[in-house]
Design a binder for this molecule. Structure first.
Ligand code: ASP
Length: 304
């Protein structure tokens, strides 16, 4: 059977003229590197779960994206990280929220899934768990880039309302492997100027991250509050499994539902059949697709 890997680096207001050429080039290079990492796993006959984690790790360390280093800042000027993974084979899932010192949130989420009886760990307890698992710890300042500091200053000068306009930038990956199993991973710094303690959709299983071999694997980016209320990931899977909708039809319907709740954003999804779909209600979304045999697409805007 063939494999498919799809990734996103967040969606938002980017239009061809609005994005500096260098910014776009760096983001495209990051997406390419992430597709390379995930594809290498799948090409070797590896599992979808390993592929989505490998792709997510590359994007987390890349400051072009709002995950790991380069994450957006809270209203207090710190970084708080959320991440989740889910394996469609058995619907095992792991998630972390509010990490402040763990370099690789997606590895902490995976460790929660594989070595703890819990699904979701938060704040100091999650960092402590990650440390006990031997995962690298860094100072919170390591995550902070000058560009994100400037972004926070702009938002705070404008009144401090948490930002729903500047590009989102969360990262995510979904894959179906040669055996027909699906998996999903999402990692994020959340939204600029978010309140201390705010948790978005990304680490909430069924909202920003979901995987079920009976339906699909999905990862979201956008206004998390709306994706939580729409239970976006689970809604997509249920539209397929119980509603018998096709992947793209179901995905578009979920984005419309999120829109009806006042949210914008994007989704990527793959099904065990190898079918893949993406969609977004913002002007652009960083995204990429790779399949066995060398097929590859990287795009930022609606048409390229
Ligand atoms: N969905 C994320 C959140 O609300 C933000 C993003 O997609 O960049 O935390």
């Amino acid at each position: 059977m063939s494999w498919t890997l799809m990734i996103h680096g967040g969606c938002g207001a980017m239009r061809p003229a609005s994005l500096p050429a260098e910014t776009e080039e760096q983001a495209r290079a990051g997406l390419t590197a992430a597709l390379d990492a995930g594809s290498a796993v799948l090409d070797a006959g590896g599992a979808a779960l390993d592929a989505v984690v490998a792709a997510a790790r590359v994007l987390e360390d890349d400051p072009s994206f709002n995950a790991g280093r380069g994450s957006v800042l809270t209203a207090e000027g710190r970084v708080e990280l959320d991440a989740a993974v889910m394996d469609g084979r058995d619907r095992r899932a792991g998630a972390v929220a509010g990490l402040t010192t763990t370099r690789a949130p997606i590895l902490a989420a995976r460790a929660a899934m594989e070595t703890s009886p819990h699904v979701l760990l938060t704040y100091e307890a999650a960092d402590r768990f990650a440390r006990e698992q031997g995962l690298e710890q860094v100072d919170n300042a390591w995550f902070v880039t000058p560009a994100r500091r400037a972004q926070l200053d702009t938002v705070m000068e404008a009144g401090g309302a948490f930002d729903t306009d500047i590009k989102y930038g969360t990262i995510g990956a979904v894959a179906v492997d040669e055996a027909g199993h699906v998996a999903a991973a999402t990692s994020t710094g959340g939204l600029t100027a978010k309140r201390w303690g705010r948790i978005g959709d990304s680490p909430l299983i069924g909202c920003g991250t979901y995987a079920d071999d009976r339906a699909c694997a999905v990862s979201a980016t956008g206004l998390g509050e709306a994706f939580i209320r729409a239970v976006a990931g689970h809604q997509l899977a249920m539209r397929m499994r119980l509603g018998r909708q096709g992947l793209q039809v179901a995905l578009d319907a979920v984005l419309a539902d999120v829109g009806a709740l006042g949210g914008s954003g994007g989704l990527i999804a793959v099904a065990p059949s190898g079918e893949a779909a993406w969609g977004f209600t913002t002007p652009g979304m960083y995204r990429g697709l790779a399949r066995n045999g060398g097929e590859r697409t990287i795009a930022v805007y609606s048409d390229r």
